[in-house]
Design a protein around this ligand. Structure first.
Ligand SMILES: NC(=O)c1ccc[n+]([C@@H]2O[C@H](COP(=O)([O-])OP(=O)(O)OC[C@H]3O[C@@H](n4cnc5c(N)ncnc54)[C@H](O)[C@@H]3O)[C@@H](O)[C@H]2O)c1
Length: 441
């Protein structure tokens, strides 16, 4: 079979939805993607190394906020979606998307081991005319330099016997407007045929434009650019928040005023530090790769210096607020509101609130937390239980309430009425008129 027929054969299967699709890694990115594929009419197999997730999916039990419970239930019920830890089933898939974690190691260097491990688990089951797409965020070069050689150990040749592309995942957990289904997708294949097949896959699933680029490296760099852009702008606004506080200027009011400009300005807001699986980590993937070229990503370093110091800065400010009440941080009772890394989600990975709590506890404060989405969290094996309810007693019992996530469902007027003092690092209290006990970051 020549390449042209191979491409057409797979495209035909995509066109008439007879292809079987695989998703490796059933987390925040992979599960919504698997659901969309199944909803588009494909038989979809989800792979994960965690038995518990596989079991939940197969029981139709949802564990990701952006997935609709009934969708998962009915897709599993109809046999369109199933999950497994058995990688030999990769052999049944025509297309496989890899959505595994890309964290940093203890030295802030890329930990690409999950991507490597998933590629290695595909190799024994690869077959001709198969499409593999990496969706995990990573440094430019990963698909071509790392993934391609591993996959070619199967004896199949990339671009001829199988197709390989990179397509960054842009899902924004909790976003009510843009979901996996309607967010434009960027696709870059090793060859133009690889791009073509990968674009055909996403065109058949999504209701969003597919933007083709000339190589996986362009697509990889594009994703990193998106996140560096956010990281650097957040660094800038955090630095200005520190300065504005010294100058007695309300930076939130400044940003609201700047936002009236209809072009050339995008609003970013300060906070207690960066959180989540992407913005604090991804720039370091590029900084690491840049060193191979003797290049220093100074803008990334500068913004990280500001962002990484924000939790400590917020604790210093909290100390000053307590000081005004003639109280020392040591022995004070502090109620932290919101430990998710952003509003209205249940994800606390890399959340700045956890670093704030650590810093407060190091200073001797007694810290309780309440988060309507997170009843408890586990940080490096240390479990901290949250308060079950936001009661008058809980609020009145705290010397300071510190808001570190601006969840919509919290009644901030109620908090204001009962708190001795509030340090609002997210401007969650913006609609509360009585501001006598509120201090803003
Ligand atoms: N969460 C987001 O908002 C978001 C947004 C855009 C991009 N991304 C990127 O997408 C990728 C995945 O992120 P996520 O948030 O979905 O991670 P996650 O931790 O929620 O899910 C990853 C899943 O992969 C599984 N896994 C790990 N190793 C595996 C292996 N060898 N084989 C099969 N499964 C394996 C894990 O058990 C887990 O269920 C990361 O590169 C991340 O940077 C995440």
């Amino acid at each position: 079979m020549n390449t042209v027929t191979l491409t057409s054969a797979l495209k035909e299967k995509l066109l008439n939805k007879t292809a079987t699709l695989g998703v490796i890694g059933l987390g925040y990115v992979g599960l919504p993607l698997a659901v969309e594929k199944a909803k588009a009419g494909y038989k979809t197999i989800g792979f994960d190394v965690q038995e518990s997730k596989v079991k939940m999916v197969n029981e139709g039990k949802n564990y990701i906020g952006d997935v609709v419970n009934e969708d998962l239930e009915s897709l599993v019920g109809s046999g369109h979606l199933l999950a497994t830890t058995d990688f030999s089933k990769v052999g049944q898939a025509d297309c496989v998307c890899i959505c595994v974690p890309t964290p940093l190691d203890a030295y802030q260097q890329p930990d690409i081991s999950y991507v490597k491990a998933s590629a290695e688990s595909i190799v024994p089951y690869m077959h001709r005319d198969m499409l593999i797409v990496l969706e995990s965020t990573t440094y430019p070069g990963t698909t071509e330099e790392l993934l391609k050689p591993i996959l070619e150990e199967s004896g199949l040749k990339c671009g001829e016997d199988f197709f390989l592309a990179y397509s960054p995942e842009r899902v924004d957990p909790g976003n009510l407007t843009f979901k996996t289904k309607n967010t434009p997708k960027v696709v870059g294949g090793i060859t133009s045929k690889c791009t073509d097949v990968a674009a055909a896959l996403y065109e058949s699933i999504l209701e969003a434009p597919i933007h083709r680029v000339s190589s996986p490296a362009v697509a990889e760099m594009e994703k990193i650019l998106e996140n560096i852009y956010r990281n650097i702008n957040i660094g800038l606004i955090n630095e200005l928040a520190i300065l504005s506080n010294k100058m007695g200027i309300n930076l939130w009011e400044v940003v609201d005023a700047a936002k009236t400009k209809p072009y050339g300005f995008q609003a970013f807001y300060p906070g207690p530090g960066l959180g989540g699986h992407c913005i604090p980590l991804d720039p370091y993937y590029l900084s690491w790769k840049a060193r191979e070229y003797g290049f220093h990503t100074s803008m990334i370093e500068s913004s990280m210096m500001v962002n990484d110091r924000m939790p400590e800065y917020c604790v210093e400010r909290a100390s000053k607020i307590l000081n005004k009440q003639k109280k020392a941080m040591n022995g004070s009772r502090i109620l932290v509101l919101g430990v998710a890394y952003k509003k209205d989600i249940d994800d606390y990975r890399e959340s700045a609130a956890l670093r704030v709590i650590d810093e407060l506890e190091k200073e001797g404060a007694e810290v309780a937390f309440f988060d309507p989405f997170i009843p408890e969290y586990n940080e490096h094996g240390k479990v901290k239980k949250g308060e079950a309810q936001l009661t008058v007693e809980l609020i009145e019992g705290a010397d300071l309430v510190m808001i570190t996530a601006d969840h919509t469902m919290v009644d901030y007027s109620f908090v204001q009425q009962h708190a001795k003092a509030i340090f609002d690092t997210k401007n969650a209290m913006k609609d509360v008129t009585n501001r006598e006990n509120i201090e803003l970051l």
